[in-house]
Design a protein around this ligand. Sequence first.
Ligand code: SAM
Length: 301
Amino acid sequence: MNEIAQTTEQTQVTEPETGTPSTTDSIHFDIFTLFPEMFAGPLSESIIKRARERGLLSVALHNIRDYTTDRHHVCDDTPYGGGGGMVMKPEPIFRAVETALTRPPGWTLPPEDAYVNLPPWDAETPATLPVDTPIILMTTQGRRLTQSVVAELSQFRRLALICGRYEGVDERVRTQLVTDEISIGDYVLSGGELAAMVIIDAVTRLIPGALGYELSAHQDSHAPGLDGLLEGPHYTRPYAFRGEIAPEVLLSGHHANVDRWRREQALLRTLARRPALLERIDLSQKDQAFLRQHGWSPRGE
Ligand code: SAM
């Protein structure tokens, strides 16, 4: 068995037995990458690991290189027009995505079939792909990943993420295959794998049952439970640490006061760090009055 097929096999070991979602709220990711091994750590720790074990999340790793048929398994080529770097060729990406997405969630190419025994595929005729599965290209130029985009993605039961490398992918992937393009921020990574892991992690937190404390994702920074505010500070034992004590209100047992304190801290944090967010939030009269006491005034006033 060749090295890459072995790698593919190793990454499958950590999949739940069937690799397929088993509850109605579960989400399946198909990841298309040249580096499936990169996912092993993040998929086998903590919340993601538990979500997979509970059948809430499943991830199929598809090695794009497995879908090459030439002797050297080439996935990239020099850019037309010259210039530095390499560009990912379209055929292995199209072949990998069209093969996997026309099969049930959880399907992966058997390692021994890589290169040599690929399912039939027509390079000239586009496959009929499921309309309810977004095919998302990780790219510096996509729409920015925010918590509301994460919430939108969490509504799908199956998502495909394509990880670029080198200078990026041939433009035909963007024009003919993908249905969405996402950037995780205005900086350049070496590949789309870390961006895909960010999406898997953020989406998993929103799958009902994936977090121990069900409300916590709802009450995170940027989430609807906090109206899109940043979350305020947290304290735990010890009460005093290096001369700094936990706020008395948090020890008071008075839930209404604790809630109000938390709301005010969230407002202050957002005012101090991301004041532009306040313009997008529907603030109550009470919130507005509190913010005004701390120097805020709505834009335009
Ligand atoms: N030449 C590309 C450009 O100027 O936009 C950058 C290519 S980057 C070195 C290689 C791959 O990493 C990209 O094709 C994309 O898949 C991924 N990538 C890099 N930065 C990213 C970001 N901020 N968000 C999502 N994907 C990113």
